[in-house]
Structures are given as structure tokens and as C-alpha cells.
Design a protein. Structure first.
Length: 189
């Protein structure tokens, strides 16, 4: 039994709820997604963590292979499946022009996204929100997922796409031509 206000160390959202595992976001082809800031399964540098935990909320630089022909839009989703929540915590959702093949540091900032980047609502506000796992909760996996979509994302709700809940945006996406994934870890002690 835990004391009031403490998080159970074993409580995690789990990988099943990741966008990657959504049937509507399955794709046959692969996009090679990478970052010069950390390797797949590597540690995410502190500068990319949330300002709440001493970082700068600076989105990492990302690069990927060219999207296949017929791509209308790219969807980038960053999630934490180790969050002590019912579903993975969404750290970023962005729509990208299909001609974009990389993002510079900070390109996912809500106040100044790069050309060809449309940042949407995440779990907290909009734009990139860096890792901020609970203290002493162990390492958290941050899953950067990129989907090449054959049709642009539109939502059926009356709210604008920028204010739509992340899960509504993910549910509205489909016709995935290719996808890529990059996992990084961050831990607070």
C-alpha cells in the first residue's frame, strides 16, 4: 500500500495504447526515423526535458527518409507509455508537409513552429512538451512515431483541428502508407 499522494512505481499506461498499435495507423512501408541527439533506445538529453524538471522543452532534431509517393501529410506523435495514467501521455502531436524530411531543434514549439509544421494540442497545451516523469518512478520510454498519410487529417467535431483532443486526431487519421518509430529514455532520480 502506498501513502496518500505517492504514485505506485509499477503503475504504467502500457504500450497497447500507443498510436503505433492503433489498427488505423498500421502501415506496410517503413520510414527510417532518427535523431542526432539520441539513438534508438538511448537516453534523451536533459535539454529536451520539460522546464518543470530542469530542461528547456526543446524538441529534439529529427530526420527521416522521404515519404512514399501519394503522401498527403505526415503525422508526428510523441507518447510516454510509462506514465502513471490510463493511456500513454501525449507529449506532442504535429502535422507536417510531406516534403519535410527533418526538423531542427525546437521546430515543434507552439510559439514558433518551423515551416511546414502545424502543431496541435498535446496532453498539456500545444506543441512539444518535454519528458517530465514523476521523481523516482524509474525510466520512462518516449516514443516518437511518424506516419505518412494518404489523406489529410480532418476531424468530424465542430472544434478546430488545433484544439481537438489528441485521441480524436489519432482516431481521424488513417490510410497510412508508411511509418517510422524512434524510442528514447528519460529518468528522474
Amino acid at each position: 500500500m502506498t501513502k496518500s499522494g505517492e504514485l505506485p512505481k509499477r503503475r504504467r499506461a502500457g504500450h497497447a495504447g500507443l498510436a503505433w498499435n492503433s489498427p488505423n495507423l498500421a502501415g506496410e512501408q517503413t520510414l527510417a526515423l532518427s535523431s542526432p541527439d539520441f539513438g534508438n533506445e538511448g537516453a534523451i538529453p536533459a535539454v529536451h526535458a520539460s522546464t518543470r524538471v530542469g530542461g528547456e522543452d526543446l524538441s529534439p532534431a529529427l530526420t527521416w527518409s522521404s515519404a512514399p509517393g501519394g503522401t498527403a501529410q505526415l503525422l508526428l506523435v510523441v507518447e510516454d507509455p510509462d506514465a502513471p495514467t490510463p493511456m500513454p501521455f501525449v507529449h506532442c502531436v504535429a502535422l507536417l508537409d510531406p516534403s519535410v524530411t527533418g526538423l531542427a531543434h525546437g521546430a515543434l514549439g507552439a510559439g514558433s513552429p518551423s515551416d511546414g509544421v502545424r502543431v496541435l494540442r498535446s496532453g498539456i497545451g500545444s506543441g512539444y512538451f518535454g519528458p517530465a516523469p514523476p521523481k523516482s518512478h524509474g525510466p520512462h520510454r518516449y516514443v516518437f512515431q511518424l506516419f505518412a498519410l494518404a489523406t489529410p487529417v480532418t476531424t468530424s467535431s465542430s472544434r478546430a483541428l488545433e484544439s481537438a483532443k489528441p485521441r480524436d486526431v489519432l482516431a481521424a487519421a488513417g490510410d497510412v502508407l508508411a511509418r517510422g518509430r524512434l524510442d528514447g529514455f528519460y529518468q528522474r532520480t
